[in-house]
Ligand binder design. Structure first.
Ligand code: GLP
Length: 270
């Protein structure tokens, strides 16, 4: 696993967007580049920077296919707090991605199991996910895979913990009762199948989860710790999120980062 610590949220957002833009631009596949995407406050800076690169630097998403991580069960696509609305408002409406390339689970489905199975099949048919961008829950969850989710889990219905619903109540007028009790989510196994995983973490409230993911044992207690077994996983975080890492851990990753950059020569996003 690679961990890069940036001074603040702005720097990590610019770097995260840079890495995604680099992968999209470099991709010479015979099929589109397949990008997994999250919602939440953390990726907003990355989305803003990608939009800027689209507008000012001609970064194109016409050859990108996306799969979002999750969606609340029971919310219509048009609901203001649905992840459909979030993604179109904050990202897709501002870039040149064809609507038919966007995949988001249907929270209003009458057949959740069928919907989840079809989603896994659609990912397979697209050639698998090249890069999965993700955020991190305060309890170490990834997508909506709460603590104790199986590392082999696939796209499915997940029951949200009271903690996650309380944290997300800020998007529902601060009222936890309005936060859905369940969601459709890709599984830990679905994320692990991606060729590359990039997780962004910002703020002191993520420090405990980050420590669990990086320094803790690989355990379903902290779903993000699964990344320790991924061949190409990276966490980008700011200093606040890294606050609970041991001094030696921070020093190790800083040294590693310098070495990677030196070896990469002119490569801006090794
Ligand atoms: C929700 C999402 C996760 C996201 C998390 C953190 O639970 N399902 O995918 O990582 O929120 O969100 P934020 O970035 O707002 O802290």
């Amino acid at each position: 696993m690679r961990v890069t610590i940036f001074k603040d949220y702005h720097e990590l957002s610019v770097a995260g967007a840079g890495r995604i833009a680099d992968r999209i631009t470099r991709f010479q596949g015979k099929r589109p580049f397949v990008l997994g995407l999250p919602t939440g406050s953390t990726p907003l800076g990355i989305y803003r920077e990608l939009i800027r690169r689209h507008r000012e630097e001609h970064l194109s998403f016409s050859h990108v296919v996306t799969f979002n991580m999750d969606e609340y069960l029971g919310l219509s696509a048009g609901h203001p707090q649905s992840y459909h609305s979030f993604m179109w408002e904050n990202f897709f409406s501002h870039i040149d991605i064809p609507a038919s390339n966007v995949h988001i689970l249907n929270g209003e489905t009458r057949d959740p199991e069928g919907e989840c199975g079809a989603y896994e099949e659609a990912i397979r048919a697209a050639g698998g996910i090249d890069l999965f961008l993700g955020g991190m829950g305060e309890d170490g969850h990834i997508a909506f895979n709460e603590p104790f989710s199986s590392f082999n889990s696939r796209t499915r219905v997940a029951i949200l913990t009271a903690d996650t619903r309380a944290v997300n109540a800020r998007f529902f007028d601060g009222d936890i009762n309005q936060v859905p009790r369940a969601a459709l989510t890709v599984g830990v196994g679905t994320v692990m199948d991606a060729r590359e995983v990039l997780i962004a973490a910002s703020g002191r409230n993520k420090a405990r989860a980050l420590r669990g993911a990086v320094e803790g044992a690989v355990s379903h207690r902290c779903p993000l710790s699964c990344l320790q077994n991924h061949p190409r996983a990276a966490i980008i975080c700011d200093e606040a999120a890294a606050a609970e890492l041991e001094v030696g851990t921070v020093e190790y990753f800083r040294t590693l980062e310098t070495a990677i950059r030196e070896q990469a020569g002119g490569d801006a996003c090794p």
